[in-house]
Design a binder for this molecule. Structure first.
Ligand SMILES: C[S@@+](CC[C@H](N)C(=O)[O-])C[C@H]1O[C@@H](n2cnc3c(N)ncnc32)[C@H](O)[C@@H]1O
Length: 313
């Protein structure tokens, strides 16, 4: 995994404009910083989706048709599974026959999750899958013939450009069979100030989270980024729903990464993350274009966030 990290970092920083992939945010430090982001009152996404999973658990279970036959519940980018735990608890309580397969590229996150679930839900069969979404989904589909329910929460889909998001959904669809279901969390377009504030806190937690990516490159790829010579910059474009994070070089500088050298001009931006916001119509269109039938969208009480349920038919 370290080799693909090195390749992706060098490829992105040699490109123009420069970019880094947000999936590399989540080392141990990044995961701890993301927990602090989720606790911020301005970061509404977690509270909205948590409300759906806490208050609409029965509706979710019904629409996912969990009572029909044994199934595998696969979660892409499970993280701490804070939201899905409400569903897991409900299913275990109802003695539903299912295996839980959390997928994540952060090994520490996965082992912490396995340990917590062992304690909180001892009756649950947990099969952690350490690696990339699609590779691990393939592993899961090879392991059993059970019906699959795939969860993709936290608006992780928003961390992809539109084309890549469509591509991922198509690839997931190809690995699934008729009758399988996917549930995806989407952050909806809303007042632009509300969106921007969620990614631009005054305490600097989001800035620290983004800068940690440079620190991770220093730690793991033998680089010499001076973190104080970069600054976090956030934009939101309400016309296309793109909320984008950049790291801006504050000076002309050359950075060493292993044996390679990368130059940055003063004020040169590096794109580090997109958090795309969707409309309800775009979500249904994405389902259809990637081969699913859109079944329903379950919203929180503010109608800021939806979990969309799609069926393979
Ligand atoms: C924003 S967190 C969301 C966690 C959880 N789904 C939630 O809604 O709270 C994203 C998680 O996805 C994982 N992740 C990001 N990109 C991934 C990828 N390409 N393959 C597997 N896991 C990934 C990260 O390690 C992290 O734990």
């Amino acid at each position: 995994m370290i080799e693909s990290f090195r390749e992706d970092v060098l490829h992105g920083l040699k490109d123009y404009p420069k970019r880094l992939q947000s999936k590399y945010f989540y080392d141990e430090n990044g995961t701890a910083l993301f927990q602090r982001i989720m606790d911020m009152s301005t970061y509404y996404l977690t509270a909205c989706e948590l409300e759906i999973f806490r208050d609409k658990t029965v509706e979710l279970a019904e629409v996912l048709r969990v009572e029909q036959e044994p199934f595998d519940l696969i979660e892409l980018g499970a993280g701490d599974a804070m939201k899905s735990s409400f569903l897991l608890k409900h299913l275990v309580g109802k003695k539903v026959d299912f295996n839980y397969m959390p997928i994540d590229i952060c090994g520490q996150v996965l082992s912490a999750l396995r340990d917590r679930l062992k304690q909180d839900l001892p009756g649950l069969t947990v099969i952690p899958l350490y690696g990339e979404y699609l590779e691990m989904l393939r592993k899961a589909t090879e392991q059993s013939d059970r019906r699959k329910i795939v969860l993709f929460l936290g608006s992780n889909i928003g961390n992809m450009e539109l084309e890549d998001a469509h591509g991922l959904c198509r690839s997931v669809n190809r690995q699934l069979k008729v009758g399988d279901t996917m549930l995806i969390g989407f952050d909806l377009q809303k007042n632009p100030h509300t969106v921007l504030q969620a990614y631009n806190d005054k305490e600097g937690i989001t800035e620290a989270f983004n800068l940690n990516l440079l620190e991770r490159i220093n730690r793991e790829l033998d680089a010499d980024f001076n973190i104080t010579a970069f600054q976090h910059y956030q934009t939101y474009d309400p016309m296309d729903g793109g909320c984008r994070s950049y790291l801006v070089s504050l000076i002309d500088q050359t950075i060493r990464i292993g044996e390679e050298f990368i130059s940055f001009r003063v004020n040169e931006p590096v794109a580090v993350e997109i958090s795309r916001k969707y409309t309800a119509l775009e979500i249904d269109r994405m389902a259809i274009e990637s081969g699913f039938a859109p079944i329903t969208q379950i919203a929180d009480s503010k109608n800021w966030f939806v979990d969309a349920v799609w069926l393979v038919n």
